[in-house]
Design a protein around this ligand. Structure first.
Ligand code: PRP
Length: 183
């Protein structure tokens, strides 16, 4: 689904599918260079990271493995509390592996802080984070993110895996919603 097909739902397109594809290829090239000679395990955080995982992994020129986690964060309304419950754990024993967590968005960074602590306790050889989008609060919280696709303003955005009430994940671009959709 592209933004022209749901133009009435959207306020502003932040990134087109072409801009996202171009940036994912740049980030993948950086990851390729950084992990040369090492085998990487990409850990996607469901559900939002499905799109970025699919695109990023296919831009890599070396072998990688993939695994998935599903987590749910407790919080009031849209506010993340950082208290996280694992709904689906990894199938892989990551001890001794080079792990790259793949996220769609980092907002407060609280989910990621929990996840990093949890995964570090499993003794990976290395652990880094890639996110397609990052909001300013995460940058302020000094969450250590090795690869960022785009730093974005603190607005509610949808598309490329990011949802509103379960919809818009399959929007190929990233956009802000028109107020009539959520008010
Ligand atoms: C999103 C995103 C991160 C988290 C970031 O997931 O994928 O996991 O929120 O928020 P934080 O930095 O404030 O902790 P969400 O809970 O919306 O689930 P989803 O991926 O299934 O949409």
């Amino acid at each position: 689904m592209d933004d022209t097909q749901i133009a009435g739902d959207l306020s502003r397109v932040l990134f087109t599918s072409e801009q996202i594809a171009e940036r994912m290829a740049e980030v993948a090239a950086q990851i390729d260079a950084d992990y040369r000679g090492k085998e990487l395990l990409l850990v996607g955080v469901l559900n939002g990271a499905v799109m970025v995982m699919a695109d990023l992994s296919r831009e890599l020129t070396s072998h990688c493995r993939m695994d998935w986690m599903a987590i749910s964060s407790y919080g009031s309304g849209t506010q993340s509390s950082g208290v996280v419950r694992i709904l689906k754990d990894l199938n892989t024993d990551i001890s001794g592996m080079h792990v790259l967590v793949v996220e769609d968005i980092i907002d407060t960074g609280l989910t990621l802080s929990y996840l990093i602590g949890n995964l570090m306790s499993r003794n990976p050889a290395s652990l880094k984070v890639m996110t397609a989008f990052r909001k300013p609060e995460a940058a302020r919280n000094a969450v250590d993110v090795a690869y960022v696709g785009f730093d974005i303003p603190s607005e509610f955005v949808v598309g490329y895996g990011l949802d509103y009430d379960g919809h818009y994940r399959n929007l190929t671009s990233v956009a802000t919603l028109a107020p009539h959709i959520y008010s």
